[in-house]
Design a protein. Structure first.
Length: 320
């Protein structure tokens, strides 16, 4: 069975009103099936009993959703969307493993479909660029290695960048902007907006990682997909996991085999306190009417401003 097309070995030649199907995952606690109908459409089927059928269902491009008392069926109607449909189906299967049978599984399916509705509504049905992959990898590393050990699962609420804030993370009034540069390249940090290094109150730290591609055999190398999966295991409540999934969708990430193929290693992060004389474009320097400012900072110019956040004053349970 191909993960990209788990229907490829299912015979679509069925009688009218019938379909061919097989279990999606023998280890899954719930009854999900891959199926093909008489028209050859690819299906994901969830079988149960006494399902509530008067629920409002999301609307997805190229996908028909049918809810019956004994099943929920997703039917792909546009073959050109096969890749995105397969990814959607696998995400539904994974997100329901810990749910109770019946209504809880159905609720989780609908919640995940609503996320995909919002995601696809923004036109985000393409893969992240290499630059976006490296940026997201470093943000998730900061979340996994710096914030979660200090603030536990509540740290997910500090990830503000995907929702549109200029900086990536905010812990109270302390802001963190995560940047990376590629190993072997010029040590330069790209600032993607004028506002990114502005702050009105509190402190702002620029956190820099050096990132490089590595082989899968390297002991400390990880793929973006593996890092996302690792974080999902850390968010073991429905609320924190939902926030995490929403943030991933907002940055344009969906589970995809392509994100399993590249492996990265990162340096320990270096943090720099952004003050009045920090090398940056300040608010006063931007003439009204100037917009979409992007610029670069030499990492060497940041060294005099190296500083360590006072994690204890920020409420960390582990200040180290």
């Amino acid at each position: 069975m191909s993960r990209a097309d788990p229907w490829s070995d299912i015979d679509p030649d069925t009688l009218p009103g019938t379909l061919h199907a097989r279990r999606a995952d023998a280890t899954h606690p719930h009854d999900f099936f891959w199926g093909r109908d008489v028209q050859g459409h690819r299906l994901l089927i969830y079988k149960s009993i006494n399902l509530v059928t008067d629920l409002k269902l999301p609307s997805l491009r190229g996908v028909n959703i049918e809810l019956k008392p004994d099943s929920l069926i997703l039917r792909l109607t546009q073959h050109s969307d096969l890749e995105i449909f397969a990814t959607l189906c696998w995400s539904l299967i994974e997100r329901t493993r810990g749910a109770q049978p019946g209504s809880e599984v159905l609720i989780r399916i609908i919640e995940q479909l609503e996320r995909w509705q919002r995601f696809l509504g923004k036109g985000n049905d393409r893969l992240l660029s290499d630059e976006q992959i490296r940026g997201l990898f470093c943000e998730l590393k900061f979340l996994a290695c710096e914030l979660i050990p200090r603030f536990s699962q509540s740290a997910i609420a500090y990830w503000h960048g995907p929702a549109g804030d200029p900086q990536d993370f905010a812990v109270g009034t302390t802001l963190f902007e995560i940047k990376s540069h590629t190993a072997g390249s010029a040590p330069v940090l790209m600032i993607s907006s004028a506002e990114q290094l502005w702050h009105e109150a509190g402190e702002l730290f620029l956190v820099a990682y050096t990132i490089g591609e590595s082989s899968a055999e390297s002991s400390d190398a990880q793929s973006l997909s593996f890092l996302v999966s690792q974080l999902r295991t850390l968010f073991n409540t429905a609320d924190t996991l939902d926030i995490f999934e929403d943030r991933l969708m907002e940055v344009g990430y969906i589970d995809h085999p392509e994100y399993e193929r590249k492996f990265f290693t990162v340096s320990a992060p270096e943090s720099y306190l952004v003050g009045d004389d920090f090398p940056r474009i300040t608010k006063n320097a931007v003439i009204p009417g100037v917009c979409r400012v992007k610029y670069a900072i030499e990492l060497s110019a940041c060294i005099p401003y190296k500083a360590i956040p006072d994690w204890v004053s920020l409420g960390a349970t582990n200040g180290h």
